[in-house]
Design a protein around this ligand. Structure first.
Ligand SMILES: [Fe+2]
Length: 263
């Protein structure tokens, strides 16, 4: 009998402000998140799991996480988990219990690993040695599973000079470990606020658009564009195959300040 694929979704970089409607570059991230979640409801009858890959709240404040947790609980039909980005507060996130903060999720023949690449007070990423040890142990403890690794920061350059300053700076240590395991099929991240897709040997490298503002790809300096917010979907097959794509909300004027030089 054919096993149906696991339906996994990624949302990222929601950047919710402390109060509902607090804007980011004149855009309302609560509104765009709601639009993305409506699109998810339209597009997916069944979801097995959703992962939110960091920068969930712009200042890491508890009311923002409460709002995010509530809206995900109400509008997403599956369990979900989150991991921290540079804008997040792990202490606030920890208030929501183990299930949403899990670092390991087994879905059928797949193992999903959620890593913390955040560095206190810094925009760039780093994987601490205990995080790397956890990664290696998790893969070793689940022989025979196909593995997807999720984190906030990109572990490879994406071709935008300013954004690649904020890469996982010890990514070589990550790749040294991953290189020992042929069952790692995908590495997935947020942070870059744009769609990205590449391969490293047999491993798919994937990033998702933000649920709010979008950065223009292949830019030397900070640049925002009017591309619509979106999410990434995955179908994870029993034999290790991955089918994936990005969906964006229909064109809408969010009033985003695309002439800004930073945020
Ligand atoms: Fe972000």
């Amino acid at each position: 009998m054919t096993v149906p694929p696991i339906s996994l979704l990624q949302i990222t970089d929601c950047h919710l402000g402390e109060q509902e409607g607090d804007t980011l570059l004149s855009m309302n991230p609560d509104e765009s998140l709601r639009d993305v979640l409506s699109l998810i409801q339209q597009n997916h009858e069944h979801i097995d799991f959703l992962i939110a890959t960091g920068d969930l709240c712009n200042e890491g404040t508890l009311p923002a996480y409460k709002r995010l947790h509530n809206v995900l609980s109400e509008q997403v039909s599956s369990p979900f988990a989150w991991l921290p980005g540079n804008h997040d507060s792990p202490r606030s996130m920890a208030e929501f219990g183990h299930a949403v903060n899990t670092k390991l999720q087994v879905l059928g023949n797949w193992l999903i690993i959620l890593l913390n690449s955040r560095v206190e007070g810094c925009i760039y990423g780093h994987l601490e040695s205990d995080e790397l040890q956890f990664l290696e142990r998790a893969i070793n403890d689940h022989p025979g599973k196909h593995v997807m690794i999720c984190m906030h920061h990109q572990p490879v350059p994406i071709g935008s000079q300013w954004m690649d300053n904020y890469i996982v700076r010890n990514a070589h240590e990550f790749w040294d470990i991953v290189g020992h395991f042929s069952n790692v099929k995908a590495v997935v991240w947020g942070h870059v606020h744009q769609e990205f897709s590449d391969t490293h040997h047999h491993i798919q490298l994937l990033a998702s658009p933000s649920t709010c503002i979008q950065f223009t790809p292949y830019k030397k300096d900070f640049h925002v564009e009017n591309t619509m917010p979106g999410y990434r979907w995955f179908e994870l097959y029993d034999d290790g195959q991955i089918v994936t794509g990005v969906e964006r909300v229909e064109d809408k004027d969010y009033g985003t300040d695309v002439n800004s030089h930073g945020y």
